[in-house]
Ligand binder design. Sequence first.
Ligand code: LMR
Ligand code: MG
Length: 385
Amino acid sequence: MKITDVKLTAIGMPRLTGFVNKHVMIQLLTDEGVDGIGEMSDFSHLPKYTIDIVDLERTLQQLLIGQNPFNIASINLDLSNNFPEAMYYYEKGSFVRNGVDTALYDVCAKFLGVSVSDFIGGRLREKIKVCYPIFRHRFMEEVEENIEVVRKQFEKGFDVFRLYVSKNEEADEQFLYRINEEFGGKVKIKSLDFSHLLDWKQAWRIAKRLTKYPVDLIESPAYRNDFEGLRNFRMKCDLPVSEHVWSLRQQLEMIKHDSVDIFNVSPIFIGGITSARKAAETAEVAGKSLLLGTTQELSIGTTAMAYFGAALGNLDYISDPTGPELYVGDIVKNKVKYRDGYLYLPDRKSTGLGMEIDWGLVDKYRIKDLSWEDVTVHQLQDRTS
Ligand code: LMR
Ligand code: MG
């Protein structure tokens, strides 16, 4: 089998909050008539420059046309050479590699007539427990709005939430207090996420205040790539500490410094299922736990993560991918399913990723490029419109 063409389509998908996230769908066409699809999810993050998708499509055509898609290892080497790791959480090259790598798994599994699960170690579970995100409070009035979000999502079956904290600790505390009052033990807060916005000492001061309320773990409570800072925080805190993996080098440093208890791994931030599996195995060797993170993918990206997560032996904590529940729409006929706070894998009998593009929806959400609208850094960090 040979790849005969590569096509990219930019998608602008609004969230229920109004914030529009820009994604790129990739299609790999082959001489066997089977096509692979993948997703470069959520380019709407800093740094505030953009990829020219016409140019990227041409680059990927040069790299991939004529290649056998089963050569996943060698194609990943080519991708790493062209889109190298940059030790940055939102490195756009990782998003590009992720899209291509996912599409390789899709096309190869489809060609063989099997599920992507049959390609990457099968399934230890058919569903993955996830939590719904509560975005960062900046103003006191947002507490009430966020309580309303919890009420609404609780009705839909989500009973675990995670809270982005640290821009208004008064509001953060008020939110936790209100949740405890209204829901008691019925709703759980999985994590307080500091998103690398604070120095570890400032994070520790706020964490002490907020962990009067029950939470499972603390995420990203130090500046990016401050491995000692993370460890200092971890040594003070009784709760487990998690951090995203955005490069294998960064993961190695976190292991050397014993910076975390849990690695937050997601294909989008490490550049695909292939790299994510490497990071997950590294975590296992180092005796660390895992959780599945997210950038808030559409269904194609989310389902790829579900296959990856279903084969992990050390997925010890509640995971994060809830993208399809945050957006107003999707671009597939069969959206991923959530029930009782679980992300369900597609039927094992489906082939590839088990996703079918809905071209009507693609046309509805298609955009011409990834150019930035008029958004501020605060809006980007806090996902507000
Ligand atoms: C989102 O897009 O909502 C997330 O990626 C936010 C984040 O960076 O945690
Ligand atoms: Mg995101």
